[in-house]
Design a protein around this ligand. Structure first.
Ligand code: SF4
Ligand code: SF4
Length: 686
């Protein structure tokens, strides 16, 4: 006889009817909970979800493909959950166990319904049955192991994780479902008394059944029915609770993965028509967020990864990206929930009441929170959208407001005359695009390289290297204006657009296609911001360009003398280069050449490097803000750099150069801070 079992073996017909009635009730409670949240998400501004299913099959598939890919790789494959040691593995194990048990239960029901139509349709038997029972037995153990790990972890209360009373219910019910599932299996084997492979294909159930060997068949059947009901009630309560507890992320997480904007460093433009139509700039009320942003608030499971990665939070600023998301979620529930509306509670405002101005201005725009969020929630865009409103309402004051005014009046945040923009290059004779219209590459110097004395030395080093390699390049000189990157990240969208359009017109005049930039903020803006306004360019960082010059032999590198100064060197990855644009090997390649004077270059990595780099504190327009000396982001990062024992801290960004120099000084460190290009010039003795 083939090994098999009845789906409802030992369960009386009356119990089966009550079971199905409870299923309907459970699904109704579950459905209401999801509908309640869905109604809130819908009140955001539309994001064109319906357009996804307009067109022929091929067009629809092309539109759905990226989202489906993310669902598969990041949802089912748990790609973004990985990389956090034991908790990551525990989540993956628990998720795999849960999905397998869910799939197994679904297959069991399909088999039951099929067998109801015809016995010939029953497939839960033979080899399939043996594999099924064995697989679920093992995955049940994985599920329980994951749950127990999280129970233990929750008792330790890591500060980054949110704690609610319902969390204990969720974990407790998971564990109870797992344990009653195994008891059920053991009791079934105890009364069914299968033989051969049918008895052994559930090894855990088989061991449990042994402990019931003293029970009479009737007692085993009675206990089996009792545990079956307990298990079923636990499962019903668990399903019904999903939309009302942390488990909501199981549904909304995948939805957000599907809908989310996947490109780091890109902001959605605002048009004047939009402002005229809505009579507002940015976000001043919860319903001004778009539907995807409101949905994303419900995807947050308060894992705290964003908070752990946030430089503002790490330096005691009044900002935690997790808190921002949770506070907005709370406001959404209060202002858009039917129950609160009808109860007539006073609803707090968005700005000041829910999100304080100092929270918004603390963000360095480093994208660390966006990068680490397992379900692609984007606190940075939420913050920038709210900043836009504050700037539009004239609520930004102090040094940052001064920098914006200077960008407006003089096209640079220093407020210096355009006529002085190319003064740094006079001795070097860097050609302008006007004098050398047939250039191979345009060197975008940026405001720091043009006006900041320290960063001018970097610009001069880049020019020396370009000249040494015989590169046909040009600069825009006084025709170059600030890219407007800081203005955009601070929230002054229209100042950014004004500067961007002026620069795009200049670049079009010289038919520029390839741009070399030593500032990662300029690079990101020229690459990702300008393309939104018709400026499409190939933009490369100076370290990439120099690395290419070395590899192609255009830049002649003398053979190593085997000596060098023997100083240990570390490299600080700029956020907008490494994390936002994935450029982290080229600077290291150039550094290796720059250090080549030693037979064994002493290059030391910091604990947080490449895409996991820690901000210097200057992004998001923070470069133009005062920071309390007590605990500066740059001081924390400089400490990490000094802890490597390096005597030189290499950087690839003029903002990082300033911040790390200040940070090292604040730490009374003896290391010098140098751009990668400067170190190569030093080695080549140009
Ligand atoms: S926003 Fe993302 S990373 Fe931050 S707590 Fe929520 S789920 Fe975790
Ligand atoms: S972008 Fe950086 S500074 Fe801003 S909230 Fe996210 S992690 Fe914090």
């Amino acid at each position: 006889m083939q090994p098999t079992r009845e789906t409802f073996g030992n369960i009386p017909h009356s119990s089966q009817i009550i079971f199905y009635l409870l299923t309907v009730v459970t699904m109704a409670v579950f459905g209401y909970g999801v509908w309640r949240r869905f109604k809130m998400w819908r009140q955001g501004t539309p994001v064109g979800i319906k357009e996804l299913i307009v067109g022929n099959a091929q067009q629809i598939f092309a539109k759905l493909r990226p989202g489906l890919g993310r669902l598969l790789v990041e949802g089912l494959g748990q790609k973004r959950v990985r990389g956090r040691g034991l908790p990551s593995y525990a989540h993956i194990v628990m998720f795999a166990g849960f999905m397998m048990l869910f799939l197994g239960t679904t297959l069991l029901e399909i088999d039951h319904l099929s067998a109801g139509i015809s016995d010939a349709l029953k497939f839960h038997k033979g080899t399939y049955y043996v594999i099924y029972e064995f697989t679920l037995d093992i995955f049940g153990l994985l599920f329980l192991a994951g749950c127990i790990f999280f129970l233990w972890r929750r008792t330790r209360r890591p500060s980054s994780i949110g704690h609610k009373a319902t969390d204990w219910y969720v974990l407790g019910s998971f564990i109870a479902i797992g344990i009653t599932g195994y008891l059920l299996e053991g009791l079934r084997l105890a009364w069914q008394q299968p033989t051969g492979i049918a008895a052994h294909c559930s090894p855990v159930g088989f061991l449990i059944a042994k402990s019931f060997s003293g029970l009479s068949n009737d007692s085993a059947r009675g206990a089996h029915l009792g545990v079956w009901w307990l298990h079923a009630l636990l499962v019903f309560a668990f399903i019904a609770a999903i939309p009302y507890t942390r488990l909501l992320h199981m549904i909304v997480g995948p939805i957000n993965l599907f809908l989310a904007q996947p490109v780091l460093g890109k902001l959605v433009p605002v048009s004047m028509e939009e402002v005229e139509k809505t009579e507002r700039i940015g976000i001043s009320a919860i319903t001004h967020f778009n539907q995807q942003q409101l949905t994303s608030l419900d995807a947050c499971m308060e894992c705290g990864r964003c908070e752990e990665a946030c430089p503002a939070f790490a330096t005691d600023k009044p900002l935690s990206p997790k808190r921002v998301v949770q506070d907005l979620k709370g406001l959404m529930t209060l202002s858009l929930g039917t129950r609160t509306k009808t109860a007539g509670f006073p609803i707090p405002g968005l700005h000041n009441d829910t999100i304080r101005p100092e929270t918004l201005w603390s963000c360095t725009g480093c994208s660390a929170c966006v990068k680490v969020c397992p379900v692609r929630i984007d606190p940075l865009t939420l913050i920038t959208d709210m900043r836009r409103n504050r700037v539009g309402e004239g609520e930004l004051s102090g040094t940052a407001a001064t920098a914006l005014r200077r960008m407006q009046s003089s096209s640079n945040p220093w407020g210096l005359p355009a006529a002085e923009r190319a003064n740094w290059s006079e001795e070097l004779g860097a050609p302008t695009a006007k004098d050398n219209p047939n250039f191979e590459v345009l060197y975008w110097v940026g405001c720091a390289g043009s006006y900041d004395r320290r960063a001018q030395r970097v610009a001069r080093s880049v020019v020396k290297l370009l000249k040494s390699a015989g590169v046909n390049f040009a600069i825009l000189g006084r025709e170059e204006k600030c890219t407007g990157e800081s203005a955009r990240r601070l929230g002054d969208e229209f100042l950014f657009q004004e500067l961007a359009q002026a620069n795009i017109a200049t670049l079009a005049k010289y038919n520029v296609r390839k741009i070399l930039a030593h500032c990662p903020h300029c690079l990101n803006s020229l690459l990702k911001d300008y393309s939104q306004f018709g400026g499409e360019y190939e933009v490369i960082h100076h370290t990439q360009f120099i690395s290419d010059l070395i590899q192609t032999g255009r830049l002649k590198i003398p053979a190593s003398d085997g000596q060098g100064n023997g100083d240990a060197v570390t490299y600080h990855d700029p956020c907008y280069l490494a994390r936002v644009n994935g450029i982290h090997e080229a600077p290291r390649d150039v550094l290796r050449t720059a250090l080549g004077a030693t037979s064994k270059p002493d290059f030391r990595e910091m604990l947080r490097s490449r895409e996991k780099t820690f901000c210097c504190g200057a992004g998001g327009g923070r470069m133009w803000m005062e920071e309390e000396p007590k605990k500066r982001v740059s001081t924390v990062r400089a400490k990490e750099a000094l802890e490597t024992g390096a005597k030189t801290v290499a950087v690839g960004c003029p903002f990082c150069l300033t911040m790390m120099t200040d940070g090292v000084a604040a730490q009374n460190g003896e290391a010098r801070v140098m751009d990668v290009a400067e170190l190569l010039v030093e080695r080549l003795k140009i």
